[in-house]
Ligand binder design. Structure first.
Ligand code: ATP
Length: 214
């Protein structure tokens, strides 16, 4: 990876990592022509209360991505103490990689609509390009966006191939979004029905060995 290769960042709770996360990361890699996608599990997401401990969530992400070309895992949010804010992570990555490298923060449309609740979200928008993934046939609707987000979207929106510089634009991308959420996966596990089709086999193995989501 040289200093100007674009990199994708996929943050999340990954409680647990599922097939939808992998599809999202692979689709971003391909559509945005990225040199890699880095999955960064949140240590202490301040808006959520993950069920599985941070160390287990990290290990599931590691095992579930091991055989997938182009995907890497970064544990900095798990190692950092205090609430996990994406802006801190991006600033650390910028310090490591320099101000010139294009960084693409990858988000599902659901996460994008909640962006104004994130810590220092406007600063974040200046630091990264955003790739917002929606289902085909359900384009990102500005009517669904809170006003402040709509204004930023209208100002920054640009097709991914025309994004210049290290950050600052928002691209909407399409993917055949799999109808999977970690909530559904956890519910199936609680009910004693391991959803083998929704999880990488290595993740299901880990869950069973460590008796998670009982
Ligand atoms: P939960 O059900 O616990 O809210 P989740 O499955 O939505 O969890 P997160 O780890 O919070 O997972 O999500 C990380 C990122 O992955 C978010 O940007 C989210 O929009 C995206 N994402 C989650 N599920 C899918 C999916 N099936 N397809 C595409 N993107 C997804």
């Amino acid at each position: 990876m040289n200093g100007t290769d674009p990199v994708g960042i996929l943050g999340g709770t990954f409680d647990p990592l599922h097939a939808g996360h992998l599809a999202l990361a692979q689709e971003a890699l391909r559509q945005l022509n990225l040199s890699g996608v880095i999955l960064i599990p949140a240590g202490a997401p301040w808006q959520r209360h993950p069920e599985a401990p941070a160390g287990d969530r990290l290990e599931m992400v590691r095992r579930g991505t091991q055989q997938v070309p182009g995907l890497q895992v970064d544990d900095r949010e798990i190692r950092r103490s205090g609430p996990t804010y994406t802006i801190d992570t991006i600033q650390e990555l910028r310090a490591d990689w320099g101000a010139q490298r294009p960084l693409w923060l990858i988000l599902g449309a659901d996460a994008f609509l909640r962006l104004p609740t994130w810590h220092r979200w406007l600063e974040l928008l200046d630091q990264v390009h955003l790739a917002v993934f929606c289902r085909p046939g359900s384009p990102l609707s500005t009517a669904a966006m809170p006003l402040a987000l709509r204004e930023e979207f209208e100002r920054r929106h640009c097709p991914s191939r025309q994004a210049h510089g290290a950050g600052g634009t928002i691209a909407s991308c399409r993917m055949p979004l799999l109808d999977i959420s970690a909530t559904d996966v956890r519910n199936a596990l609680h009910a004693g029905h391991p959803p083998a089709d929704l999880l990488p086999p290595t993740v299901l193995d880990y869950i069973e060995t460590h008796q998670l989501y009982r």
